[in-house]
Ligand binder design. Sequence first.
Ligand code: AMP
Ligand code: GLY
Length: 427
Amino acid sequence: MKVLLIGGGGREHAIAEAIVRSPRCEKLYCAPGNAGIAQIAECVPIGVMEFDRQAAFAKEHGIDLVVCSQDDPLCAGLVDTLEAAGLRVFGTRKNAAIIEGSKAFSKNLMKKYGIPTAAYETFTDPAAAISYLRTKAKFPTVLKADGLALGKGVLICQNLEEAEAGVRTIMEDHKFGAAGNEMIIEEFMTGREVSVLAFVDGKHIQLMTSAQDHKRAGDGDTGLNTGGMGTFSPSPFYTAEIDRQARERIYQKTVDAMNAEGRPFKGVLYFGLMMTQDGPKVVEYNTRFGDPETQVILPRMKTDILDVFEAVIDGTLDRIHLEFEDNAAVCVVLASRGYPVKYEKGKIITGLEKFRGREKDGYYCFHAGTKLDGNGHVITNGGRVLGVTAKGRTLKEARANAYEATGWVNFENKYMRSDIGRAIDDI
Ligand code: AMP
Ligand code: GLY
């Protein structure tokens, strides 16, 4: 098969690695890709939102399958546009991608179908939101902009003053743009978080192995929220009992709810769960692979990813036997010092060759923000630069291996957390 992958981050590098592992892959293109993806695929300079150019390229190059797992293009109708051009596409159509694109939609869906989530109210008027906060809210409380906000549209407010300022930030200053035309105020939940990703073909759902993300910039979960500083998989906190409860109350129920709404869901459905005292509850849905969860999930997947993608498109996922290795993986993100606020780019990265051919030993260096300079050097080009993943028989071993491998690469202002997966020492 000739495959075109849309995107160019660490997640896409991990997807690309899984695709080229398939014996069915004859040629992989990636638009736009990055310096790491360029080592295993042919990168083409077409942006993720340039649907017409993607379609033209795919037709011209006889592409058998287009793959996209990024929220903005999916919510804007990438799949619909490329399907209308006669292409086969793995990804979620616009009318179902709304499950991530609008938090008001997903909260209302959960309420209507009895899927456990935090209690909430929606608002389109800032004065009504403030009046609710003054009379009804308990603190801490959680404010969310309705739309896509690069994972940043969530404010956890400790008191009324912070919450009132938050409403103004979202609805009056429009810090998150149009994403803040509507907002949600919801109950603050406590518990451990886990990400459970699943393939869904419209009717059937098959769960992948669990993973856990570390979102805060600093050790001990301190500092600002980021796009993710590291992950581990599986999550030892995601017990068989929690899995049983989530299967009964959440997974298939969500797929059925989307069908009942006339929005059949195909693609990757990401369940962000909070394991509360009352059992697992949904924090959020995403319509795509997580980043950097994918960097610890796909290296452990044994099933041919192209078989799975095709089964999702054809509605035959029930015939796929989805298998993961019985081991563990840890991904440590190497960022530029100062991320997520202010950081420099353009630093030369050394040592990347040490990862070459090491996939068979369970070591991967996924590129997120990198590019090639004019002299053949790979340079830093973003806040999160690389994701170093290692596998091990246990999480402890995977963690030790991943931290060892973070020393193989270097660049000026390299920064990482030192406690990715540390929570597993507690148990
Ligand atoms: P989201 O973008 O919805 O995933 O929210 C980002 C992060 O905010 C989540 O991963 C949680 O850590 C936190 N969060 C969101 N909603 C809640 C909630 N209702 N209670 C506690 N924490 C939350
Ligand atoms: N790692 C969180 C996300 O992909 O949304």
